[in-house]
Design a binder for this molecule. Structure first.
Ligand SMILES: NC(=O)c1ccc[n+]([C@@H]2O[C@H](COP(=O)([O-])OP(=O)(O)OC[C@H]3O[C@@H](n4cnc5c(N)ncnc54)[C@H](O)[C@@H]3O)[C@@H](O)[C@H]2O)c1
Ligand SMILES: [Fe+2]
Length: 395
């Protein structure tokens, strides 16, 4: 287990940080129009499609889920784009949009993990418009959507079904481009935990820590808000209670349902508050070295949690408690406990073992440090050298 922290922050206060919980900060909450949650709710897919009289549904899916599109029981002439890649890139998006322009769907369905759901959001707004992708990157640049959008998650991690964002990797710049738009919010999200029963152990562990990271980063963000804190802390508690169980036994229905809820709550955290340093530091692992998003988040999670502790001590202690870990205020102990939490799930925590070359750590630190949309909301300023230090400790 690596030792040492990026720096030696002062011991955190156990007082509630007054600036971190400001009930009077205005906040706007956007949610899918309809949300179906629970075992067996997949039957709502056909009901919705029939109600809107969908005749040409287009399902956007990864190869695994493309093979079981019949589960959705959609009416009409169903078309399937079944080539969504993990961490989809721009060529992958372009291929899906090209197929959609030909198919002229009246309903787009994201059926898969965050990768499929993110592409479905973009396909839904791009298939009836010629606006290039570059022109919609950023917040609220999309001007509308004229096809219906359904989201059906099959992993418990991203919470993308509940949100307005989509992330696509630009292979040339090797970074993630984020599009955020209220028009990419689903008309209906169907969260049926039974669809996640087949997720393999490693993906269960990594995606579970991704959901946890959404909750924890939003909870400790400079933009944290009491209306979201509730979901954030409960999401962390659900991960603490159920992730180990689902990794040990993928057929544990109660654990799967608990994680589906945690993932959804993480999604609630992303919209109005969003993530901070954990995701910024994790992104170069995916964009430069093709490490899956959840795995990258899990590797980085203990590092940013411990680093931030001096700024958000009470909230970090609450997170430790929610995870069932000792509620103490020493960042080194918090690091050790959360590192062990991830490692005991079977997550490979060493960058070297994940194929990251040592001589790339500096460029990765430059890239992570440039992700201001996330880092500017981190509760503690994180320098480029502190990021490099995290990578070195994680190596
Ligand atoms: N929009 C958002 O707010 C948001 C938030 C976090 C992450 N993301 C993005 O989501 C993507 C990651 O999504 P993910 O972690 O869900 O992984 P994923 O969608 O890439 O899926 C990972 C793998 O799991 C397989 N899979 C999916 N469901 C399965 C099932 N039920 N059984 C067996 N295998 C299954 C897929 O085929 C794939 O190989 C990244 O691109 C990330 O940037 C988006
Ligand atoms: Fe994430």
């Amino acid at each position: 287990m690596p030792s040492g922290l990026p720096s030696a922050p002062p011991r955190p206060s156990l007082e509630i940080e007054p600036t971190m919980t400001n009930a009077f900060t205005p906040i706007e909450i956007l949610r899918p129009t309809i949300l179906e949650f629970g075992n067996g709710t997949i039957t709502a897919a056909a009901r919705f499609a029939e109600r809107i009289d969908a005749r040409r549904p287009l399902v956007i899916s990864d190869p695994f889920n493309a093979r079981r599109v019949d589960t959705l029981a959609l009416p009409g002439a169903v078309k399937v784009f079944g080539e969504v890649k993990p961490e989809p890139d721009l060529p992958n998006l372009e291929k899906a949009v090209a197929m959609a322009k030909e198919a002229k769907p009246d309903l787009v369905v994201g059926f898969g993990g965050g990768s499929a759901m993110d592409l479905a959001k973009l396909v839904a707004v791009m298939c009836t418009s010629d606006v290039p992708f570059a022109d919609i990157v950023g917040p609220e640049k999309v001007t509308g959507r004229s096809v219906a959008l359904m989201q059906v998650p099959t992993t418990s991690g991203t919470g993308s079904e509940a949100g307005t964002r989509a992330l696509v990797t630009d292979p040339v710049r090797q970074n993630k481009q984020a599009v955020q738009s209220r028009f990419m919010l689903a008309d209906i999200a169907i969260v049926d935990p039974d669809l996640t029963m087949t997720v393999p152990k490693e993906i269960t562990a990594a995606t579970g820590v991704d959901a946890l990271a959404h909750c924890v980063e939003a909870y400790t963000s400079r933009k944290a808000h009491p209306m979201i804190d509730l979901y954030a802390l409960e999401g962390a508690r659900l991960v603490g209670r159920y992730l180990k169980r689902a990794v040990a036994d993928g057929g544990d229905r109660e654990a799967r349902a608990g994680l589906s809820l945690a993932s959804l709550y993480g999604g609630y955290c992303l919209g109005p508050v969003n993530t901070t340093a954990g995701h910024a530091v994790a992104y170069p692992l995916g964009t430069r070295h093709h490490i899956a998003h959840g795995l990258a988040c899990a590797v980085i999670f203990p590092h940013t949690l411990a680093f931030n502790m001096s700024a958000v001590g009470a909230k970090t202690v609450a997170v430790l408690g929610a995870l069932g870990l000792p509620e103490q205020s020493d960042p080194k102990l918090a690091f050790d406990a959360t590192y062990a939490f991830c490692k005991n799930l079977g997550v490979e925590m060493r960058l070297s073992a994940l194929g990251v070359p040592k001589n790339d750590l500096g460029v990765m630190a430059d890239e992570a440090h440039a992700i201001r949309r996330l880092l500017d909301n981190n509760p503690r300023d994180l320098s480029r050298d502190a990021i490099l230090n995290m990578y070195e400790v994680a190596f």
